[in-house]
Design a protein around this ligand. Sequence first.
Ligand code: XLS
Ligand code: NI
Ligand code: NI
Length: 438
Amino acid sequence: MKEYFEGIGKIAYEGPDSTNTLAFKYYDANKVVAGKPMKDHMRFAMSYWHTMTGGGNDPFGLPTMERSYNELEGMELSKARVDAAFEIMTKLGIEFFCFHDLDIAPEGDSLQEKLDNLDVIVELIEAKMKDTGIKCLWGTTNGFSNPRFMHGASTSPNADSFAFAAAQVKKAIEITHRLGGENYVFWGGREGYETLLNTDVALENDNFARFLHMAKDYANKIGFTGQFLIEPKPKEPTKHQYDFDTMTVLGFLRKYDLQDVIKMNIEANHATLAGHTFQHELLMSRINGVLGSIDANQGDMLLGWDTDQFPTNIYDATMCMYEVLKNDGIAPGGLNFDAKLRRGSFKPDDIFIGYIAGMDTFARGLEIAAKLLEDRVLEDFVQNRYRSYNEGVGKDIVDGKADFESLAAYALKHDHIEMESGRQEMLEDIVNRYIHRA
Ligand code: XLS
Ligand code: NI
Ligand code: NI
């Protein structure tokens, strides 16, 4: 079989002293951390779109990515990409992948052709999965690139667009089911608005909920038991996306009785676009019992859009793994590298370098987070900080035994309140110490 990335072998773990760009320095798949192998904490996934179809084009420039299958077109290109994708994942030791329908097969001239194209490619993917043991983390659809979705898909003012999107999602759920996918993702795409002047927000929200209920009903009907996930994002491509952030989505799910059916896929760069930290979004999902999966990437604070960079920020990775550990793991979700190379990183081996950088960063983050938790550094501090709720008036508040009258009577007698320092700088310094030494 043709090798697409010649000269690159299986990426090995060489340890922190290695200077080999094409080796792991921290990601040691089978090393046991906090009770299980690194790879099982991570469940790393390759994003098919960025890695296989992303060309490096931007609004100002043409594609740049140098790939040996670039001269192919249509179905031949899609077939070559299947082989290349599994070669990349095998060499990197990545055990999962995520895909949109449009990433794996060309659109075709009609809906029927699109569906037929998908069947051909899915068969190839299925065979590759059998050969390599690589699994599908999640599937989704692209309901935002084609002009038919210019005003949205399930929130389009045009019911024909809604119907087309339904046909697409129906097929994508079938494919994900066939490939044993463990989750199915809804990222809004253009499910939002550009201006309120032309938008019936109430109807669009109702329709969005109708769409999700139909998707779940269909999944139940065909026996797909994978976890449904919504991926919050506040803007881009639309000015305002309905799935703004975790708490907005939770409000939506509760209003439409979908709270038991859908969890969150949290993306780092979407969190920061919403004006939150990555950890904030992970934590809000975790404490509400809806942390489903993670799109691991990072943005650039100086740029206001979803730059989808490979994650190399050790602080963010540490706090992400801290939340994952506190969540008791991320399965059936995983860490999907929804990340792409910079336009100037166009060489084939840049793919491997990007993934290695991301995997090493999260491996290190896992080790630091595990140590922080083992030593209960933050845990004990936080517990102690809230100790006034363990007894007396605090306990009455928590137990629902207090009311405004009892509290006012209590406050009259205790109106000289002794405060304690929040010790933020001390804690930041301690976390730094763990980052340097754990
Ligand atoms: C776009 C999203 C997208 C989803 C899958 O910003 O991150 O890539 O993850 O549709
Ligand atoms: Ni994403
Ligand atoms: Ni994104």
